[in-house]
Write a protein that binds this ligand. Structure first.
Ligand code: HEC
Ligand code: HEC
Ligand code: HEC
Length: 118
């Protein structure tokens, strides 16, 4: 019962927060034709910058809701600032980058799949 009326509230809050652009993106994504926004970079904390590509993720995670808004916010200019500690605990990017769904964040051999050396 609680869940039933809470989830529309959560949805409504998400819609307000993401604003008009976000809303129209979600609606189009529902129709299955929308791409995520352009690539963006995280500074990478001295390990080499990390480029996140919506396009490269779209193949295996076709639904925007695979990531939004439970794992990542969708608010322009308010990045969630992922931390390795969270990823190593299976949160943030580590929700999928756990060695099962996608390459792990814990193996020295795969650090550089995310952290690009300049
Ligand atoms: C594999 C995970 C993933 C999927 C799937 C995904 N996104 Fe994202 N998206 C992210 C991450 C990570 C961010 C950055 C959020 C942060 O730093 O808090 C982001 C940010 C955004 C932003 C904000 C961009 C900005 O400049 O601030 C929008 C808009 C967005 N996504 C739309 C979409 C849409 C539309 C889809 C479906 C077509 C989608 N996303 C699918 C991970 C994903
Ligand atoms: C919803 C699950 C999911 C989340 C969350 C996610 N990824 Fe991924 N990612 C994948 C999958 C699946 C692949 C492709 C499988 C593989 O290469 O092992 C992938 C591939 C990648 C690649 C390789 C892309 C290429 O082909 O060049 C990079 C880099 C990457 N992810 C970075 C990130 C970063 C950074 C985050 C967090 C901001 C993130 N991912 C969050 C599922 C996810
Ligand atoms: C799935 C992509 C991904 C993989 C794999 C990955 N990282 Fe990261 N890492 C990130 C992202 C995203 C950040 C956040 C960067 C930022 O906010 O500027 C980060 C940040 C960091 C930081 C900065 C401090 C912190 O805790 O946020 C360090 C140090 C780091 N990574 C080391 C590593 C090492 C060592 C490995 C391999 C064992 C690794 N990373 C593998 C995505 C990844």
């Amino acid at each position: 019962m609680k869940l039933l009326w809470r989830s529309p509230l959560v949805l409504a809050a998400a819609v307000v927060l993401t604003g008009f652009l976000g809303v129209s993106l979600i609606q189009k994504a529902g129709a299955g034709e929308m791409k995520g926004p352009a690539n963006f970079e995280f500074a990478g904390g001295g390990q080499g910058k990390v480029v996140f590509s919506h396009e490269k993720h779209a193949g295996k995670n076709p639904k925007c809701t695979d990531c939004h808004v439970k794992i990542f916010k969708m608010t322009k200019g308010q990045r969630s600032a992922p931390k390795m500690a969270d990823m190593n605990n299976g949160q943030s990017c580590g929700t999928c980058h756990d060695g099962k769904t996608a390459f792990t964040v814990k193996d020295q051999a795969t650090c550089n799949k995310c952290h690009l050396k300049s």
